[in-house]
Design a protein around this ligand. Structure first.
Ligand SMILES: [Zn+2]
Length: 401
């Protein structure tokens, strides 16, 4: 084995970049060197031969690993809400290679005092620094904004690498009370997110456009409702009166998800559209959630599938400051292969998504390492025979079913 670990993907049918500016690029080969993408498009035979693993995509679609920007992480690969172990590893079989915590709000008995919420966020962040379930990278540690937090507290959090702050489940009397805390978190360099839609505060009327505009967070969480949507009249206000990224979630209101996508498209501001699942929640565990929402956007919303994929990859990466989510030289080597599912009516992944089907996940590569090749545990088999053509390491990369 060479000093660098190298993985080649050859015979790619279509390369989807995840970048709205150039969503499809020419070429049939991607080479990863250690954790980074080194070559995209065409490569010499010598470059391919030098790789430790060569994956034959057999004409399938390559795209960035999907980024779910709304996952209810707690500790380890476990969800207390659904009492299930191994859900994150299962999500990699839905093509999700990055999960971003929507705050560790599901931790049983979660603390609400400043010392407690700080400790919770810092512990979650550090517990996932080196733990990659199924190869997934987990960005955990989202501090829940609570009364009593000070600017010094946010600075302490930032020094401990907590990069996320969430408004929506704190013990405030009114959603407007979050605004100064969102400002403090942002001044400490954090990415701020606000619950949007049906009430999360007992006795309040829900968090609709006015308080979200007053908070002016980086991201309006589940703007389509999580799971209950705000009134239709409030959607154009968030689109037109702010630059807030608008996250639509699978476990939300489908009609208003399509409404948000249409409003952003009309405003030529699709870079603000983020796709996420908002799971595990009462809606369950949804390993294929991102694929479903991409398929809904493409089939019901009339969006080009490569644009819908960008909303679930490059758009999330830009707003959250990640180096994954785009297929380009120097970006993180998180790549998935998609195809039409065997036995379906369409011949390729993009046609399948336009048809309203999910796509088959035929391979997942994260951090430059193949995690499985051939077929996913959670989708039907691909139409094409995606396989390991050659490997110098003792692993066939088959998923264990
Ligand atoms: Zn949520």
């Amino acid at each position: 084995m060479s000093a660098l670990f190298q993985t080649a993907i050859v015979n790619i049918g279509t390369i989807i970049t995840g970048d709205l500016a150039e969503p499809v690029i020419a070429g049939d080969t991607i080479i990863c060197r250690d954790s980074s993408i080194a070559i995209v498009g065409t490569a010499s035979a010598a470059d391919v031969e030098a790789c430790d693993v060569i994956i034959d995509a057999a004409g399938a679609v390559a795209c960035p690993g999907l980024i779910d920007s709304h996952v209810h992480i707690t500790f380890g690969d476990y969800t207390p809400r659904q009492k299930t172990v191994g859900f994150l590893e299962s999500y990699t079989h839905g093509g999700i290679t990055t999960a971003i915590s929507a705050s560790e709000v599901h931790v049983p008995g979660r603390p609400g005092d400043p010392a407690g919420v700080k400790a919770l966020a810092i512990a979650a962040r550090k517990c996932f620094e080196h733990f990659r379930p199924g190869g997934m990278r987990v960005h955990a540690g989202a501090v829940i904004l609570e009364p009593g937090l000070t600017r010094e507290d946010f600075d302490e959090l930032a020094r401990n690498c907590v990069r996320l702050a969430k408004a929506g489940f704190g013990a405030f009397a009114s959603p407007y009370d979050y605004a100064p805390f969102v400002r403090m978190a942002r001044e400490s360099g954090m990415i701020t997110m606000a619950h949007t839609g049906g009430s999360s505060i007992p006795g309040s009327s829900g968090i609709w456009a006015d308080p979200v505009l007053a908070m002016n967070p980086d991201v309006s969480f589940h703007v389509n409702g999580g799971p209950v949507a705000m009134p239709d009249a409030d959607f154009p206000r968030l689109v037109n009166e702010s630059a807030i990224a608008l996250q639509i979630c699978t476990a939300g209101n489908l009609r208003t998800a399509l409404l948000v996508a249409r409003l952003l498209e009309e405003k030529e501001a699709l870079e603000r559209l983020l796709v996420a699942t908002d799971t595990p929640t009462g809606s369950g565990i949804m390993p294929l959630g991102i694929l479903y929402t991409v398929s809904h956007l493409a089939s019901l919303g009339g969006m080009a599938p490569e644009i819908a994929i960008a909303a679930a990859t490059g758009n999330n990466a830009r707003v959250y400051g990640l180096n994954s989510g785009i297929v380009a030289r120097g970006r993180d080597a998180d790549i998935i292969l998609l195809d039409a599912c065997a036995g379906g009516a369409t011949g390729d992944a993009l046609s399948a998504l336009r048809n309203g089907d999910i796509a088959a996940v035929g391979a997942v590569i994260t951090d430059g390492r193949p995690r499985f090749v051939g077929r996913s545990r959670n989708t039907p088999a691909p139409t094409r025979s995606i396989r390991v053509a050659r490997t110098t390491v003792m692993n066939d990369f088959a998923a264990h079913h």
